[in-house]
Write a protein of this length. Sequence first.
Length: 345
Amino acid sequence: MDVQIALMLAQDGLTNGAIYALLALALVLVFAVTRVIFIPQGEFVAYGALTLAMLQGGSMPATAWLLAGMGALVALIDGATALRNGQTQKLAGVLGWNVGYPLGLVALLTLLPVKDLPLVAQVVLALAVVVPMGPLLYRLVFQPIASAPVLILLIVSVAVHVAMVGMGLLFFGAEGQRTPAFSDANFEVGPLMVSGQTVWVLMASLVLILALYQFFERTLYGKALRATAINRNGARLMGISPALAGKLTFFVAALIGALSGVLIAPITTIYYDTGFLIGLKGFVAAIIGGLASYPLAAVGAVLVGLLESFSSFWASAFKDVIVFTLIIPVLMWRSLTTRHVEEEE
């Protein structure tokens, strides 16, 4: 291996690490606020990329109908609860967000010449379809069992992952998809040739991380999520709704996952089950951060990306094994140095 090859591998590792960092941050956030180890995080990556590919192909993405179905179920549950409690004034909001928005989006996708729209508009529409599934998923699956033990939440999370992978195969088929690059430019950086899409991935990841930092530091909702992550019972006593915190957390996680899928779709072919492996590598990075530290999770993600890239050069057949083996010494070290704390009642 010479210097040029090492620099190329480092470039690939940093690009992959930027995506893993976003997913790791989402996993840490979801676990801190809701105690859910969100295994389906990677499915939002695949759904975002493949929904964009379907829009660019000129066909109605099946995820739009999934969104409408999930919204109808939530409207039925919340509407019945509102009627039972005599809160009829809430019905308009429940029906508007959960039924009106998905059906309006389906009508918009039907009427617009989506295939001929600019790339930015196609990306916005893909995100508009996939991202709202996050809070709907929380409302349907995790909110009713929010007080369950972590193990039960993990089992349910695995079940949701299996269901989403199966629906992905039904919606998108077994063939992989790749979308056009955001930019065809190439930049010479010393001996390296850096593609415009790589720059897009790195810059978008950096901007999103900074935006999340500002969100948590300067907005009321961000501070509410931080309070819930630090002490769920204390946040509840201060009037912060656990249900709202959970929905907002899943919204942010779905946004990060779908946007990550849109960013990497021009770089690699995305299949219906691709997100699982990507999500697992983000999970390894989150474990390095102890499912609690955002900076350590980001550093761990870069380490995972670099390890994967260099492993592909030295032992390509075992690169995934090497990456996932990294979790073993981390877990051993944490088990020996971390004091056991009983789960909150």
